[in-house]
Ligand binder design. Structure first.
Ligand code: TXA
Ligand code: MG
Length: 364
């Protein structure tokens, strides 16, 4: 258990307490304090299967506004609402919405890392949706997240629990590093499993094909198999696949995300690795590396000495996905000057990894 009395500039000091969940069979009792805080329209951080979320009652305008304040998040960046049941789904989505398409997706992927964009119910305040008529909804599969929602009997609005612009937190300590003094409670359920945020799929407009606005663990191919139709993919790397009228629908896309303090260079060949690496070495920079096992062997064969670097060698996409944000945060703590990441994407989950690496590397 950790306590702190740090304060933010314009608020009274808040004690940030961490409760560690030891007994997953007795969640109602273990989560009692967290459930009470949600009911009192306060903020709490909790684990999901993707990343830690910073949650508040999605039905209460004042509660949701506290999220934006704690994160330093622009108010036009909408928040995902987390639900625990079909009944709750119907409370948050507009009654006129035809569920057919959504039903197939919900039956296949929920609970799990898929967020659906749908027309919002009238009871959802505009603070939750960043002034949009649509709402982002997901049913998480993490038992702690599900128990919190179910036992408070409230939909929980929760963005990732990082300060705006920082990599999403995948451990309670990461949340504490960003939110210490800003929120009352962090529920520690251990490191998250997937490590990257959910896939965001817009199905709010029946006159056009579903479109992936943010790639994640649930892939385009899996969604197409489920729906038996082709869907669109907004490629935020090339900005292809989206028309001008859709762009304002996901305001989150315009903000820089996932960024470590150190500059990150994304490379896809030995030549470009060499160029960046030796340039940084010549300037005596402390280099952080994110490279695959295979590429490490390739570097060794080419007699490139990695001794003085801080290296993260990943085994496969699942490994890289689950540890990427954690390693980026760790490299900042070690005061790495430059991170060189070697990555080539193919299909499926690798699109999500490439998307996050690209955003971490782009300078705005
Ligand atoms: O895995 C996740 O999705 C995590 C965990 C905590 O559930 N949450 C998360 O939330 O990543 P956040 O706020 O960091 O990302 C929400 C994304 C943003 O890109 C936002 O623009 C988009 O979802 N979004 C939310 N509501 C939307 C809407 N009505 N229309 C389009 N995009 C929306
Ligand atoms: Mg986020």
């Amino acid at each position: 258990m950790t306590d702190s009395t740090n304060s933010t500039t314009d608020q009274k000091p808040v004690q940030t307490k961490i409760i560690t969940i030891l007994n997953k069979n007795n969640l109602k009792e273990e989560l009692q304090e967290a459930i009470e805080l949600i009911k009192q329209n306060e903020l709490i951080a909790f684990p999901t299967e993707t990343v830690y979320g910073l949650g508040a009652n999605a039905l209460n305008d004042e509660a949701v506004k506290k999220i934006f304040k704690a994160k330093g998040r622009p108010s036009d960046n909408p928040i995902i609402t987390h639900i625990s049941s079909q009944t709750m789904f119907q409370r948050v989505v507009h009654e006129s919405f035809d569920y057919n398409l959504a039903k197939k997706l919900m039956n296949t992927f929920w609970p799990g890392p898929l967020t659906l964009i749908l027309p919002k119910a009238d009871i959802i305040p505009y603070s939750t949706t960043g002034n949009l008529e649509t709402i982002a909804v997901r049913m998480p599969s993490h038992p702690i997240a599900l128990a919190l929602i179910k036992e408070s009997n409230l939909p929980i609005a929760a963005p990732s629990a990082n300060l705006s612009g920082k990599p999403s937190p995948t451990t309670a300590q990461d949340v504490f590093d960003d939110m210490n003094g800003r929120i009352k409670l962090i529920v520690d359920g251990g490191p998250t499993d997937i490590g990257l945020e959910s896939t965001v799929l817009d199905i709010s407009d029946s006159s056009r094909r579903p479109i992936i606005l943010r790639p994640g663990k649930i892939t385009k191919e899996e969604i197409e198999n489920c729906l038996d139709i082709e869907i669109d993919f907004y490629d935020s790397i090339s900005h292809k696949g989206i028309s001008e009228d859709i762009k304002p629908k996901s305001p989150g896309m315009k903000y820089r995300h996932y960024a470590p303090n150190a500059e990150l260079r994304l490379v896809a060949s030995l030549e470009s690795f060499r160029e960046n690496y030796f340039q940084a070495k010549d300037k005596n920079k402390f280099i952080g590396l994110i490279i695959s096992n295979d590429f490490k062997e390739c570097l060794e064969k080419n007699l490139i000495d990695l001794d003085k670097c801080y290296s993260y060698i990943y085994k496969d996409d699942e490994d890289l996905g689950s540890k990427l944000y954690f390693k980026l945060r760790e490299m900042d703590k070690k005061n790495v000057d430059l991170i060189i990441a070697y990555y080539k994407d193919t299909n499926g989950f690798s699109k999500a990894i490439m998307n996050r690496l690209y955003k971490a590397s782009s300078k705005k």
